[in-house]
Design a protein around this ligand. Structure first.
Ligand code: PEP
Ligand code: MN
Length: 336
């Protein structure tokens, strides 16, 4: 249930009102805009009488929210959420690009790629240290050592780092990580999502390969309802009946999420198509349809990469793409 307070309601009146709901067992989410204060009641509001709530002298309007996700919905929070990472923001009209290898392999590799992607205009560095691999016999990532190499690359270049956490026991290595990625395979690991609600870092939540948009939003809701509202959503392709690409990039998700949610949505063209030659075209399509960011795999020796080499751009290909993207972004009045 969404309760809009009348203009002129004092902080004291608002706090008393909020306390009265908390005493009845509801959670209350407060969204203070320039002109409006909106309270979102969390919990089972089905038995509440909207007319009784409206009878309160400082209540302006009362609205039921039909979507099962509340905190993630735009009705709860009409303005875009802007998620700050270092000097970069997601959701404020910029299109930050996150780039780097699928997996951290050596310190030299990740530092060299970090320098290249930074020179080309990337705002954040990605790189997996804990890798979710389909086969237990494939390279599983360097783990703690990989994170140390990523942090070394951050120190060298100043780029904030994004890396995947698969298990809460790994969190102790994440002190210097700027954005925690929850990968497609863990999108519905609800206990992990609840734990992500307790960390004070932005979460990059990737859509599961067979997850509906509603399920993605419900997973974001888990993180938000557990205390962390800094969630960046990521479309990375879903499985369909066809397999001519690794996954099928669902670009419709961008305008749809902009309509129903205030959270930023970024696109991962690399895992969507799985083929290097196609990545630049999909990245351009994502920017054209107003994505709030991109995450792109880049490797300095893709043929020898230990993971996802076939979809990784060479630094020179990445640099060429980064020259074109601002022209497309300009059509929508945005910057890359
Ligand atoms: C990755 O980013 O390297 C990755 C494994 O992504 P996803 O969870 O989307 O498959
Ligand atoms: Mn990958």
């Amino acid at each position: 249930m969404i309760i809009t307070l009348k203009h002129g309601t004092t902080d004291q009146q608002m706090n008393d009102f909020i306390d009265s709901w908390k005493q009845k067992g509801f959670g209350v989410h407060v969204s203070k805009g320039e002109n409006l204060t909106i309270l979102g009641l969390l919990g089972d509001t089905s038995s509440l009488d909207t007319e009784m709530v409206s009878a309160n002298p400082f209540v302006d309007t009362v609205q039921r929210v039909s979507a099962p996700y509340k905190m993630a919905s735009r009705t709860f929070h009409p303005e875009n959420s802007v998620i700050k990472v270092g000097s970069t923001s997601f959701g404020n009209g910029e299109i930050p690009v996150i780039a780097g290898p699928c997996s951290v392999e050596t310190e030299e590799q990740v530092i060299s790629i970090a320098k290249d992607v930074k020179a080309a205009g990337a705002k954040l560095l990605r790189g997996g240290a804990f890798k979710p691999r389909t086969s237990p016999y494939s390279f599983q990532g360097l783990g703690e050592k990989g994170l140390q190499f990523l942090v070394a690359a951050k120190k060298e270049t100043g780029l904030p780092i994004v890396t995947e956490l698969m298990d809460i026991r790994q969190l102790k290595y994440f002190d210097d990580v700027d954005v925690i990625q929850i990968g497609a395979r863990n999108m519905q690991n609800f206990d992990l999502l609840k734990e992500m609600g307790k960390v004070g870092k932005p979460i990059l939540l990737k859509r599961g390969m067979a997850a509906t948009v509603k399920e993605l939003l419900m997973s974001a809701e888990y993180i938000m309802a557990s205390g962390n509202e800094n969630v960046i959503l990521c479309e990375r392709g879903v499985r369909t009946f066809d397999n001519y690409t690794r996954n099928c990039l669902d670009v419709s998700i961008v305008p749809y999420l902009h309509k129903v949610s205030h959270l930023p949505i970024i696109i991962d063209p690399s895992h969507a198509c799985g083929q290097r030659w196609m990545v630049p075209e999909l990245a351009k399509a994502a920017v054209a349809c107003n994505t709030d960011g991109l995450i792109i795999e880049v490797h300095n020796n893709p043929e020898k990469a230990l993971c996802d080499g076939e979809q990784s751009l060479h630094p020179t290909e990445f640099a060429s793409l980064m020259k074109i993207l601002p022209q497309i972004a300009a059509i929508n009045g945005r910057n890359v």
